[in-house]
Design a protein around this ligand. Structure first.
Ligand code: C2E
Ligand code: CA
Ligand code: CA
Length: 455
């Protein structure tokens, strides 16, 4: 109730106003609730988190800032629908709230990410304990309308003031910690440290520079010959990309993963394929009609919807016969979207392109794909070749891969062949081809043409 009394002098009387403000108060509370809380879970939201972080910073009190997220959240939504996922999140936050120490505050900052504010900066060990407690509390099936669902959480933490003096810096660093935690397959836990923040920064800078590498003509190709052991002649050539940036040559092992991660592999991969086909066509025109030029294709490039069309277009444009092109894919390609992979491989085979499995033996995938997918060649990973002349286990492994491949009608090439002893052993077990420093390092185009002329 709100009352108001006025004395009306002229008529010597009092005017009494009594207003029922229950509804207004309720509306005010509702507005406050909407502003500060997530409606579904009734957890304080990002706006409230920002205010609380600012208050802690202004009072110069040490605190720990944590962020955790539900892994594969999009997959959960696409498999079980929004309703069940909402139920899952509500139930999960209820369980976690009940299991948190009173001093720790829980916030929800978006549909799959949550924050923790803990007064005082605790040690890494006690954060691990807190994390474990939360994980254990939700390590059971959660009942939803779509049945029992499971979740996996990933946690990143940072300390104020050690890891940031401002809210912005703390958010940046706790997100870095979370990104690292998500990549950590075993415990999905990470406490920010400067070293990995520098690594993330360095990768970001490299990606920025890579974005311009094509326009600036900083990329070029080198070629490594592949030798047939029976014929003693060059039968194939692998294309390997190089990046010369500010007079330093950056290894593809360092920048291809970043190109994959950032999506830049699509334009870069297209450019590599185009250049490789131009080179292969030149060789064919010079009389090397049987030579096969191999190009590495990364998983993201292979799974792009336009991939086989692009390959077709490039072959048409460069006039390279498809039989002179080989695409090297890794076992990882088979793991994601089997049916689409099979379809793309069949399309590529239908036009006459060769397909090989790179780094064979390192992918932990099922061998049954060799039977189902139209593969021509296995490239035995260099890690098995390195000691195959001395180590009995490697010897046995290489021999087994060769006979497995032969039994399936595939051709075999050993990579990383550096020593005469490797060559002798590989000849003994009738491996078809070799590639490695023993015969030749990767060469620039002109040097490779010279080598072809000599052999
Ligand atoms: P990869 O496809 O397994 O390529 C073989 C790597 O082994 C190459 O390293 C090659 O230079 C190196 N190598 C060749 N012979 C020997 C040897 O006898 N001993 C040793 N220790 N190494 C040898 P590189 O060129 O640094 O490439 C590294 C990786 O980067 C490649 O591994 C491939 O995964 C990726 N990559 C290279 N070029 C491309 C490309 O054009 N496209 C894509 N998507 N990935 C590429
Ligand atoms: Ca390769
Ligand atoms: Ca390889």
């Amino acid at each position: 109730m709100q009352t108001n009394i006025n004395w009306l002098k002229d008529i010597d009387a009092y005017d009494l106003h009594i207003v029922d403000i229950t509804e207004r108060k309720l509306a005010e509370q509702k507005v406050k609730n909407l502003a500060f809380y997530v409606q579904e879970t009734q957890l304080p939201n990002l706006y409230k988190l920002n205010k609380d972080v600012d208050n802690h910073i202004n009072s110069h009190h040490k605190f720990t800032f944590g962020l955790f997220e539900i892994l594969d959240f999009n997959h959960l939504v696409s498999t079980h629908g929004l309703e069940a996922t909402n139920e899952l999140v509500c139930e999960m936050t209820k369980i976690i709230s009940q299991n948190l120490p009173d001093t720790v505050n829980l916030y929800q900052i978006n549909e799959s990410q949550f924050a923790l504010l803990c007064p005082d900066s605790t040690s890494s060990a006690s954060l691990q304990l807190l994390t474990e407690k939360i994980k254990v509390s939700v390590d059971k099936p959660i009942v939803t309308c779509a049945g029992d669902l499971f979740i996996e959480l990933s946690f990143g933490y940072c300390f104020y003031p050690d890891h940031g003096q401002s809210r912005n810096q703390l958010f940046k660093n706790v997100h870095s910690a979370l990104a690292i935690a998500a990549q950590n397959e075993y415990d999905h836990f990470s406490l920010f440290n400067l070293e990995f923040s520098e690594k993330i920064q360095a990768s970001a800078t490299l990606i920025d520079n890579l974005r311009n590498a094509l326009q600036l003509n900083e990329l070029y190709l080198v070629f490594q010959p592949q030798l047939s052991l029976a014929e003693q002649k060059i039968t194939g050539i692998e294309t390997l990309v190089r990046w010369k940036h500010q007079n330093i040559i950056i290894s593809p092992a360092d920048f291809i993963p970043l190109a994959e991660q950032s999506g830049l592999i699509i334009p870069i991969g297209k450019w590599i394929l185009h250049q490789a086909c131009i080179f292969a066509k030149k060789l064919v025109d010079e009389g090397y009609k049987e030579i096969v030029v191999a190009v590495n294709v990364s998983p993201r490039q292979f799974s792009h919807p336009d991939f086989s069309q692009n390959v077709n277009d490039i072959l048409a444009e460069t006039q390279l016969p498809a039989k002179n092109l080989e695409l090297e894919i890794t076992e990882g390609v088979f793991v994601h979207n089997e049916s689409r992979t099979l379809c793309v491989m069949k399309e590529l085979k239908a036009i006459g392109i060769h397909l090989s499995i790179d780094d064979f033996g390192t992918g932990y995938s099922s061998l049954s794909y060799l039977k189902r997918f139209p593969v021509d060649k296995l490239k035995i990973d260099q890690s098995f070749i390195l000691d195959c002349h001395t180590n009995e286990e490697d010897k046995a492994l290489v021999k087994t891969i060769v006979s497995l491949g032969k039994n399936l009608g595939l051709s075999l090439i050993a990579e990383g062949v550096e020593l005469r002893e490797h060559v002798d052993y590989l000849k003994d077990i009738e491996c078809d081809e070799i590639q490695g420093y023993w015969f030749s390092r990767p060469l620039e185009a002109d040097a490779l043409v010279e080598l072809l002329k000599k052999s």
